[in-house]
Design a protein around this ligand. Structure first.
Ligand code: C2E
Ligand code: CA
Ligand code: CA
Ligand code: CA
Length: 275
């Protein structure tokens, strides 16, 4: 029994060690990846449900790590945030995305995700506008997505940031809506352009006829605040049909295909004559 105990102790130690080693590997990998530009934008189509028309893309970060293969943003974004490298990473991706999107048809929008950590920088809006100017990408084609967790931060700062971006023509949407704790009061006071319904709610539309009250409430809220809605994580035709009955909504999700590389997007747009 004593021996077993020692083994267990040993196993515990080594698994912690492994975790630490993995973490260190990730951190040095992220540094190297930034230097070698291993982070690349992928794009997910956004569709106007009523017309079926492609209206834009959401940029989603991907890491093609030499050591680790393809790494999910759910893993490297939080670590880059902790390492203080998220702004640098995001700006590298933005520059690429702006240059990609510049080649697309002029009426296609580009949405990018912004971390709450980036929003703590009082110069965030100025830095973003500088990137737009340097890459010659029109602000009116850009939409930034911020999550509800940003609203726990300095709300005054976030508010003035949203206002100065909107004054330049950039659109601002509230991502993952319903998963955080934003109040009606906050929503009314912050000048968002759009609300994105989190995919955990959208998924509940799977079984026809069993529409969740939560989704109905979110749609009603959008109407009340006169904010257009985007449903994310739409996986099936059944869900699309349910959404269609709710009126004017944008949709994105696997039903239209997985996020794809800039090259694949170009091929897609070329067949539609929208390059
Ligand atoms: P998000 O902004 O909520 O993005 C939607 C996520 O859902 C993406 O995962 C997308 O690939 C996935 N998705 C899209 N359609 C479907 C569907 O029909 N079903 C399911 N199950 N999933 C779907 P991804 O690309 O792994 O990104 C995860 C999260 O990482 C994003 O969630 C976003 O919060 C964050 N992220 C991605 N790129 C960036 C970035 O450049 N900057 C920052 N700050 N965060 C990013
Ligand atoms: Ca998003
Ligand atoms: Ca989202
Ligand atoms: Ca999400």
């Amino acid at each position: 029994a004593k021996k077993q105990g020692r083994n267990r102790h040993f196993w515990f130690e080594s698994s912690m060690e492994n975790e630490l080693r993995f973490r260190n590997q990730l951190e040095s990998g992220i540094r190297r990846g930034l230097a070698q530009q291993e982070f690349v934008p992928y794009y997910e189509q956004q569709i106007d449900i009523d017309t079926g028309q492609l209206v834009g893309f959401e940029m989603l970060a991907r890491w093609h790590s030499e050591q680790l293969g393809l790494v999910s943003p759910e893993i490297f974004i939080p670590i880059a945030e902790e390492m203080g490298l998220i702004s640098q990473l995001s700006e590298q991706l933005m520059d690429r995305a702006f240059m990609d999107a510049r080649e697309w048809d002029d009426d296609l929008t580009l949405a990018i995700n912004i971390s709450p950590v980036q929003l703590r920088d009082p110069w965030f809006a100025q830095r973003l506008l500088k990137r737009l100017i340097e890459t010659n990408f029109p602000p009116r084609r850009l939409e930034i997505e911020i999550t509800e967790s940003c609203l726990h931060e300095n709300i005054g700062l976030v508010r003035s940031m949203i206002i100065s971006l909107r004054n330049q023509g950039v659109q601002v949407s509230l991502d993952d809506f319903g998963t955080g704790y934003s109040s009606l009061e906050q929503l009314r006071n912050l000048p968002f352009d759009r609300i994105k319904i989190d995919r955990s709610f959208v998924r509940e539309l799977r079984e026809p006829g069993t529409r969740s009250r939560l989704i109905d409430a979110i749609v009603a809220l959008g109407r009340e605040l006169e904010l257009p809605l985007t449903a994310e994580g739409v996986e099936s035709e059944e869900i699309l049909t349910e959404l269609r009955s709710m009126g004017q909504i944008k949709a994105q999700g696997y039903v239209y295909g997985k996020p794809e590389s800039a090259q694949k997007v170009r091929e897609r747009l070329a067949t539609q004559g929208r390059l």
